[in-house]
Design a protein around this ligand. Sequence first.
Ligand code: KDG
Length: 335
Amino acid sequence: MKLFNKSLLAALVFLGAAAAAHAANYQPHIIRFGYGLAEDSNQGRAAKFFADDLAKRTGGKLRMKGFANASLGSDIQMQNALIGGAQEMMVGSTATLVGIVGDFGVYDLPFVFRNEKEADTILDGPFGQALLNKLQEKGLVGLVYWENGFRNLTNSKHPIAKMEDLQGIKLRVMQNPVYIDMFKGFGANPIPLSFSELFTALETRTVDGQENPVTTIQSSKFYEVQKYLSLTKHVYSPWIVLVSKKWWEALNADERKAVQESAAAARDFERKDSRALSEKAIEFLKQKGMQVTVVSDKEIERMQETTRQAMFKFASDGHTSLVKELQSDLEKLRK
Ligand code: KDG
């Protein structure tokens, strides 16, 4: 009997040591979270919030590392890396998703959302969720929408106070047909480029101008290479938090729940942060030497009228019912 006890004790000691060694060597799963803006931006701060919240929620088991400044690639390159399983997560523009799910172009239609409240309600409600669900069959999981914001024009040539001032301006746009059609309609010369190429293109005068929310104009230091800012708010642009479906399916239910809840908490944080920064950004950009033009309501109405062609072209390209659904949802909200 004594021999048996000694063997049992030896076995227990071995197992205890093995467990301790395993625990010591356990590397929490590192989630690579790529994004295009700087660490010191609304996007970067939300990525850090997300990482901290997820580590807390999972006791350190799921650890996210943010990769800023498109260091893991452009939005489109990261989307493909997620589909292939070479990267776990990213946040980027819905505008660059249209090559994967064309319906996301509905968020690029000009002058659709009148304010952030409308945007939040649609994006976080059945309409926005239905679009997220369309990503699953493409190898992506869409978790939530964050705020990129209302887009405004900048350029290095002259103030833009009316549509005609855009004539001949080489304007960088996102790689998306609605933006190309919209700015062709305004008389500009739209040049699609990835966000990661944008600062250099502005600095070398390869393009004269671009359009982005004031928060991005500030955090990406476009004021260093752009003199004129025109407040048009021509599109409300969402960001989307994406997960590789291959990686997602390897998580258990508790891990998925934690990632989803942390993504939503980061969304709420990011929207607050983005809106607070947006209020101060115009003054900051003026202090950095930008000349700010508030485009009149009359001119905005003229621009809106001109964009109807781009809206019609998108709808007639297989998206009529989607556009009608969005317009109907917005009409109900505005009653
Ligand atoms: O990750 C950065 C881009 O996704 C985002 O900022 C897109 O607004 C955008 C642009 O102009 O490319």
